[in-house]
Design a protein around this ligand. Structure first.
Ligand code: PHE
Length: 341
C-alpha cells in the first residue's frame, strides 16, 4: 500500500499541475478525493491492511489527502490570477482614441489670445474694464455729443439712465488714462453689447480689442506701422493696410482700416464685394477732448487708438459665414477647431 500512496502522491501532483482550467481542477478533485475517488478507495482498503501497519498507513493516507487538497486549491488560485491578467491580445502600436470628453478653449478665446500675443510682442500690456459701464465713460468722456444716435436706447442697452452695457471697449481708454501716466501702450480685450437684431453679421454681444498708445510724439505713422505689423503677423497678408477717412467722436483724424482680402489676395471676390479689401477696424489719433476728460495736461501728449471686432477677425481668418455660430456652442461647429488653432 505504501507504494501505491507514493505513486499517487507524485502522479496526483503531476495531474494537478497539468490542469488547464477550473473545470479540470474540479474533475480532478472528484477523481482523487471524491466519494469514489482514488484516495477515498485507498482509505476504504485500510481494513485489509495488517493491524500492525494500519495506523501508519492511515496517517500516511490522511497526509496525502491534505497535500492533494492543498495542491488543488493553489492551482485553482493560479488559474484565476492568470485569467484576470491575460485579457485579449493588445496591439501596442495602434494609435490611441482621441479623448472626446475633455474641454477646450472656444475658438473666439483662442483668436483673442493670439491677437493679444502679437501686441505683447510689440511691447503692449493688457488691461480690463467693466462690461456694465457708466454712460460717462462709454459716451461723455469719449466726446460723444449729447444727441449722438449711439446714445439712443435703440442702439444701447441701458440699465438706468446713467448706466449701460458698454457698446465698445473704448471707455477702458479713459479709465486707464485716469490712473496711468504716459508713456503707455496697452490693449483692452473684452465683451461689448449692442441692441441689435441678430443676423449673419450682427450679434447683440461680441468681442473687441481696443488698443491705446500715448506718448509725447506719437503720430499716425506709428498707428499705421503697428496695424501693419499686426495684420502681417495674424493674417500673413503681404500688402500693407489702407486707411480710409472716417469719423469717430473720440479720434481726430479718424480712419477705417482695410486689409487685403484674405480670400482672393486683392483680386476681388464675393467675400470682399469685389473690392479686394476688407474692413478690419476703426482707429485714429486720440481726440484732445478725451485727454482732457482723462485729466491729461493739454498739448503735452499725442496718441493713437484702434478698436477691432474679434468675431469679425476670427470669421475672416477661418471662413466662418455666420457670427451666430460663435455663440450657439454647437459641438459640431466647435469641434472643427479642436487642435487646429
Ligand atoms: N470704438 C469704435 C467702435 O466700436 C472703434 C474705435 C476704437 C475707433 C478706437 C477708433 C479708435 O466702432
Amino acid at each position: 500500500m505504501k507504494d501505491t500512496i507514493d505513486r499517487l502522491r507524485i502522479d496526483g501532483a503531476d495531474r494537478i499541475k497539468a490542469a488547464a482550467n477550473e473545470a479540470d481542477i474540479e474533475s480532478l478533485r472528484t477523481a482523487l478525493l471524491g466519494r469514489k475517488g482514488e484516495v477515498t478507495s485507498l482509505l476504504r482498503g485500510l481494513k485489509d491492511v495488517p493491524d500492525a501497519e494500519r495506523p501508519k498507513m492511515g496517517a500516511e493516507l490522511n497526509r496525502l489527502k491534505g497535500e492533494l487538497g492543498a495542491l488543488l486549491d493553489s492551482r485553482l488560485e493560479d488559474l484565476a490570477d492568470k485569467a484576470e491578467t491575460q485579457g485579449p491580445e493588445l496591439d501596442l502600436t495602434l494609435p490611441g482614441t482621441p479623448p472626446t470628453g475633455a474641454g477646450t478653449n472656444h475658438p473666439l478665446l483662442t483668436v483673442l489670445e493670439s491677437v493679444c500675443d502679437i501686441f505683447y510682442g510689440m511691447g503692449f500690456s493688457r488691461g480690463i474694464g467693466p462690461e456694465v459701464e457708466l454712460d460717462h465713460y462709454n459716451f461723455t468722456a469719449l466726446n460723444f455729443p449729447d444727441d449722438h444716435p449711439a446714445r439712443d436706447i435703440q442702439d444701447t442697452f441701458y440699465i438706468d439712465p446713467k448706466v449701460c452695457l458698454r457698446t465698445q471697449t473704448s471707455p477702458v481708454q479713459v479709465r486707464t488714462m485716469e490712473v496711468t501716466e504716459p508713456p503707455l501702450a496697452m490693449i483692452f480685450p473684452g465683451r461689448v453689447y449692442r441692441n441689435e437684431n441678430a443676423d449673419a453679421s450682427h450679434s447683440s454681444e461680441f468681442y473687441q480689442i481696443e488698443g491705446l498708445v500715448v506718448d509725447e510724439a506719437i503720430s499716425l505713422a506709428d498707428l499705421k506701422e503697428t496695424i501693419d505689423i499686426f495684420v502681417r503677423n495674424f493674417f500673413g497678408a503681404q500688402e500693407p493696410t489702407r486707411f480710409r477717412p472716417h469719423y469717430f467722436p473720440f479720434t481726430e483724424p479718424s480712419v477705417e482700416v482695410d486689409m487685403q482680402c484674405v480670400a482672393c489676395r486683392g483680386k476681388g471676390c464675393g467675400i470682399c464685394g469685389q473690392t479686394g479689401w476688407l474692413e478690419i477696424m476703426g482707429a485714429g489719433m486720440v481726440h484732445p477732448n478725451v485727454f482732457k476728460a482723462a485729466g491729461y495736461p493739454e498739448d503735452k501728449y499725442t496718441g493713437f487708438a484702434f478698436g477691432m471686432g474679434i468675431d469679425r477677425i476670427a470669421m475672416l481668418k477661418y471662413g466662418v459665414g455666420d457670427i451666430r455660430l460663435l455663440y450657439e456652442n454647437d459641438l459640431r461647429f466647435l469641434n472643427q477647431f479642436r487642435g487646429v488653432l
